[in-house]
Write a new protein. Structure first.
Length: 79
């Protein structure tokens, strides 16, 4: 079995924003679960914020943080 540190060097992290629906599917959770978890700070692999003058949230979940926190990485999304 490869050590986690060795596996990281095999991945190509680009800072890609992993979509909420992709994360929800990987975690087998609802979209709402992921969104509320990010909004309330319970899920730490991304951020949720409201831009001034807007009433809806925007989300950013970097590919590297998602992998570090939940172990999800999809190399097919980089092709």
């Amino acid at each position: 079995m490869k050590k986690r540190e060795n596996i990281v060097s095999e991945f190509k992290f680009t800072g890609r924003n992993v979509p909420i629906n992709e994360i929800a599917k990987a975690m087998n959770k609802s979209l709402e679960f992921i969104r509320v978890g990010l909004q309330q700070g319970y899920l730490t692999f991304g951020v949720a914020f409201i831009m001034p003058g807007n009433s809806s949230y925007s989300y950013y979940c970097s590919d590297k943080r998602v992998w570090e926190e939940i172990g999800y990485y999809n190399p097919e999304k980089y092709k």
